[in-house]
Write a protein that binds this ligand. Structure first.
Ligand code: WA2
Length: 276
């Protein structure tokens, strides 16, 4: 009967949506674990050795060769914690000044101007080739990056920004940040202990549209359903991260997504592209 057909249709939508949500979530989780491991690599071979065993060239080669381990990421980078009193010595040592992020034509760009005086900075010292434009930029001069850095070091866990337009990209993306500490902190360390032990921040950028697209292409019947991904952290201002919001509006399935940061909520909304 017609009723049975509609029931089956609904069930198909549910299964297809749940499968896509699971694949996306798993891929995200896998890459998050590798970004975490990269933060431990920097801690061990850059901060843990004198002289350091990592420079920009080593970092760029290593991250390029291990890119396959971080599906969905468009690049990784490492920024140092530099206080204002350390700034002069830091800039002399590196031979460049700490730059600020700027808004030009309503988009965030890596500026050429020195960062204005602040209590502290987070200049990028190592970057994967794909995000080499952020080397020397103070990541604390961007609102989303700054909030992520503060939350990452206070928590000692991987944290995510809400979606925003990434530097040199016309797509929406999110940043994942892990703090790097100068000691192996216990799991129950206080926020203050974490702040005092912070020496840097390892971050990865996720270009949502191109990466979700690539992922969905790998699954069959892309034409059958339309997929949208949202950041629903703030129920009154949901942000679309991916999708076109087309299809059969009469029916929708919502799958929840867990990207590993309990502070952020994400959902996948699926529809059939055509009416029955
Ligand atoms: N990485 C790449 N593109 C960006 C960006 C970013 N942040 N912010 C805006 N566009 C080094 O959390 C530390 C990377 C920030 C890490």
């Amino acid at each position: 009967t017609n009723e049975q057909l509609l029931f089956q249709r609904k069930e198909t939508l549910t299964n297809m949506c749940e499968e896509r949500a699971r694949v996306l979530q798993d891929q995200f989780n896998v890459s998050m674990n590798h970004v975490h491991a990269l933060s431990i690599l920097v801690s061990t071979f850059h901060h843990g050795k004198t002289p350091s065993a990592i420079d920009q060239k080593t970092f760029s080669e290593y991250t390029e060769r291990t890119n396959f381990e971080r599906p969905l990421t468009s690049g990784v980078a490492y920024a140092l914690k530099v206080t204002h009193s350390e700034r002069e010595r830091f800039e002399k040592e590196h031979g460049w000044s700490i730059k600020k992020m700027e808004i030009k034509d309503q988009t965030l760009v890596a500026g050429f101007d020195p960062a204005p005086v602040q209590d502290e900075y987070a200049p990028v010292i190592f970057a994967q080739e794909t995000v080499s434009h952020i080397v020397s930029v103070d990541m604390m001069s961007g609102k989303e990056d700054r909030e992520n850095i503060l939350r990452a070091r206070a928590l000692g866990k991987g944290v995510l920004t809400s979606p925003f337009q990434l530097l040199k990209s016309n797509h929406l993306g999110v940043i994942l940040t892990f703090a790097v500490y100068n000691t192996n902190l216990p799991h129950d360390a206080t926020e203050e202990e974490r702040l005092n032990a912070t020496i840097g921040y390892l971050g990865a950028s996720y270009d949502m549209p191109s990466l979700v697209e690539k992922l969905l292409q790998q699954l069959a019947s892309k034409q059958t359903i339309s997929v949208n991904v949202y950041d629903t952290t703030n129920a009154s201002s949901v942000i679309k991260m991916y999708g076109s919001e087309v299809g059969d509006m009469s029916e929708e399935h919502i799958s929840s997504l867990d990207f590993g940061d309990p502070f952020r909520k994400h959902e996948m909304h699926c529809r059939f592209t055509q009416k029955p």
